[in-house]
Write a protein of this length. Structure first.
Length: 134
């Protein structure tokens, strides 16, 4: 039911905030019909990245980028942030060229964004480091 899905999604977000990434993954994979499938998949992929499941994280983020629907359209911040997180997953997997492409894509959208967004500075620093290593 929708109410149960909302409860599990909220519990998963709380688990993530508390650092229980495995618990968040379990809750998110247990939602049969998510209210917003894009956000459910986004946070599943993010928690997989945070818990060290790089292959699953990369797969989920690529799937997200392959589909543009109304749920992704209304989740603008997360939609752009997918590129940053996928860049991190690629980087941690040792796929430097793919990481560079994702950081560039992220910065193309958000490069002149609010300086308080920590991901912008982090993406710039990661990009410079990866480019000097190549």
């Amino acid at each position: 039911t929708t109410r149960l899905g909302i409860h599990k999604f909220t519990a998963a977000r709380l688990a993530q905030i508390q650092g229980d990434y495995a618990g968040a993954i379990t809750l998110l994979t247990d939602i049969s019909i998510p209210v917003n499938p894009f956000l459910a998949k986004y946070y599943l992929a993010q928690n997989c990245l945070l818990d060290g499941h790089l292959g699953e994280s990369t797969s989920q983020f690529k799937e997200i980028l392959g589909r543009y629907d109304e749920f992704r359209a209304v989740s603008i911040l997360q939609s752009v942030n997918v590129h940053y997180l996928l860049g991190r997953a690629f980087e941690q997997s040792g796929w430097k060229d793919e990481a560079i492409l994702q950081y560039r894509e992220f910065l193309e959208y958000w490069g002149e964004g609010d300086k308080s967004i920590t991901e912008i500075g982090d993406a710039r620093a990661r990009l410079v480091r990866l480019q000097t290593q190549s």
